[in-house]
Design a protein around this ligand. Structure first.
Ligand code: HEC
Length: 182
């Protein structure tokens, strides 16, 4: 081979080495600055519980607001959730009080005012009326929301279940306008 061809091959060889090194360097910078240097100290930035990245806003909340969930709530699914309540509650107009009071029109109704039901002092002490927000709080953990109240129901952990059943309750004689979703 003549020297020109040798130079071409050597050049190509050198070039590919350079390329390899460059790619290595680049990927280590792009993907894992810490893994590339295992001896480096741990970076204690995202340990505060807040999501990493500064653009999350001042309040790192757990999910969509109740208003947002209500805007897309599913009354049919709420009716299914209501099966968990049916041992103790009726939902129809003029329905009987069972272990718990009849819930027809409960959204917007004064708290602890169902006709003919003997409410606990704890629930009577709340005052005011059942808003979407208050129902959301009560149904999440009845025991904590009104300590001493007699609804022995653990609560609905999933925000979506609560939004769906609140939409269902609202459709049973209340029809209070939904809060504006943000
Ligand atoms: C084991 C029986 C039981 C179950 C299950 C139950 N509740 Fe109750 N609920 C009660 C009782 C009892 C009260 C009255 C509490 C008091 O007076 O302290 C009550 C009260 C309420 C009230 C307040 C009514 C008012 O007029 O102020 C609401 C709203 C309510 N329940 C909704 C629900 C929903 C929704 C479910 C299902 C997700 C449910 N409950 C499941 C027994 C039950």
């Amino acid at each position: 081979m003549d020297s020109f061809e040798f130079n071409k091959i050597a050049g190509a060889f050198l070039f590919s080495i350079l390329l390899l090194m460059g790619v290595r360097e680049l990927t280590s910078v792009m993907f894992s600055p810490e893994a590339a240097n295992p001896a480096s100290y741990p970076v204690e930035v995202a340990d505060s519980g807040a999501p990493a990245g500064g653009d999350a806003g001042p309040v790192a909340d757990e999910g969509p607001s109740l208003a947002t969930l209500l805007a897309s709530a599913d009354i049919g699914k709420g009716e299914k959730v209501a099966k968990k309540c049916a041992a103790c509650h009726t939902f129809d107009e003029g329905g009987a009080n069972k272990v718990g009071p009849n819930l027809y029109g409960v959204v917007g109704r004064p708290v602890a005012q169902a006709a003919g039901f003997n409410f606990s002092g704890a629930l009577q002490g709340l005052g005011g009326e059942w808003t979407f927000d208050r129902l959301d709080g009560y149904l999440e953990k009845p025991r904590d929301y009104a300590p001493g109240n007699t609804m022995s129901f653990a609560g609905l952990r999933k925000p979506n279940d609560r939004a769906n059943i609140i939409a269902y309750l609202n459709a049973q004689g209340s029809n209070v306008p939904l809060p504006a979703a943000e």
